[in-house]
Design a protein around this ligand. Structure first.
Ligand SMILES: [Zn+2]
Length: 306
């Protein structure tokens, strides 16, 4: 397990290039019916693609430790929890209950080993939507919006990282970096496939223009959480193809046409989902909210009361 955790630490989902491409391609497809400043911020949004991977240095221990589970979720470990709760704290509680009731490898249910991917994604999406709402209010009140625009750009770019991680099949699985458990097809168990696929292969063989044409006009998501979970499950369904491609030499050197097709489609899926998230946040930010609904006040906890 120490080795597995080390590998988790070492791998940085899609690598610098993949995350940069995902954000850039999405930013360049921002439609004209969204605020113009966002489309003009493609350079900043692109820069922010790899931003959470800059939070992994041991020199910022608290940050590194707290945010590492944000990059993945081992869906096989939560197959008993369907649907997933939308509340991060309910999810944590369920995992600890499961751990307490488990005798075989109970620590497999520790939140930091299962991963918290969909929760951070929805939380950053929420920040973006709230910032868009603030932008609309300031526009309506003829107030300056420059600072709000900066916040929106940051949230939009930051969100891109997690949506990008979510399209990488190996970020949704216990087979994170080498096949584990029964292995009738003889897939690699070496701890190299993760970085080889998402970083080395992408850096050497793919550019943003290889998949930009796949991106369509954004669609408003009906249910962002449910739609995002479906997106993660789709990625999880593609774990075995990654191992099949690796076995066929698809990610070695110049790779194979099949590996190129597969990888560009995964990158495109991320840009499309990111663009859909931005578009949905913008549209939903127009829905009026009650400022301080007394009836919806959360139950007081020790932490909340402070
Ligand atoms: Zn990541």
């Amino acid at each position: 397990m120490a080795l597995v955790l080390f590998q988790n630490d070492a791998a940085v989902a899609w690598g610098n290039e993949g995350h940069t491409y995902i954000n850039r391609v999405a930013a360049e497809k921002i439609p004209a019916d969204m605020p113009r400043f966002l489309g003009e911020a493609a350079e900043e949004i692109t820069y922010l693609g790899p931003e959470p991977d800059r939070w992994r240095s041991p020199s910022e221990f608290a940050l590194k430790n707290a945010q590492e589970p944000d990059h993945f979720i081992d869906l096989e470990r939560v197959s008993w929890l369907d649907p997933l709760p939308q509340s991060r704290y309910e999810f944590l509680r369920k995992l600890y209950e499961k751990r307490a009731a488990t005798t075989d490898h109970p620590d497999d249910y520790l939140p930091e080993r299962v991963g918290l991917q969909p929760f951070i994604t929805m939380e950053v999406y929420g920040r973006l939507k709230a910032a868009f709402r603030e932008y609309r209010q300031r526009m309506a009140a003829h107030q300056p919006t420059g600072s709000t625009e900066q916040a929106i750009i940051f949230y939009a770019g930051w969100l891109g990282h997690y949506v990008g991680d979510g399209s990488q099949p190996l970020h949704t699985t216990i087979h994170y970096n080498g096949w584990v458990g029964p292995n009738p097809n003889g897939y690699t168990t070496d701890h190299h496939i993760h970085g080889q696929f998402e970083s080395d292969y992408v850096r050497a063989n793919i550019t943003a223009k290889d998949f930009a044409a796949q991106i369509k006009a954004p669609e408003r998501l009906n249910d962002p959480f449910a739609d995002y979970i479906a997106y993660l499950k789709n990625s999880n369904s593609l774990v075995e193809p990654v191992y099949q491609l690796e076995k066929a030499g698809g990610f070695t050197g110049k790779g194979t046409p099949e590996a190129f097709e597969f990888t560009t489609h995964r990158l495109a899926a991320a840009s499309q989902m990111l663009l859909n998230f931005w578009y949905t946040a913008w549209l939903e930010s127009a829905v009026p909210v009650t400022e301080h609904p007394a009836s919806a006040a959360p139950a007081k906890t020790a932490a909340a009361a402070k």
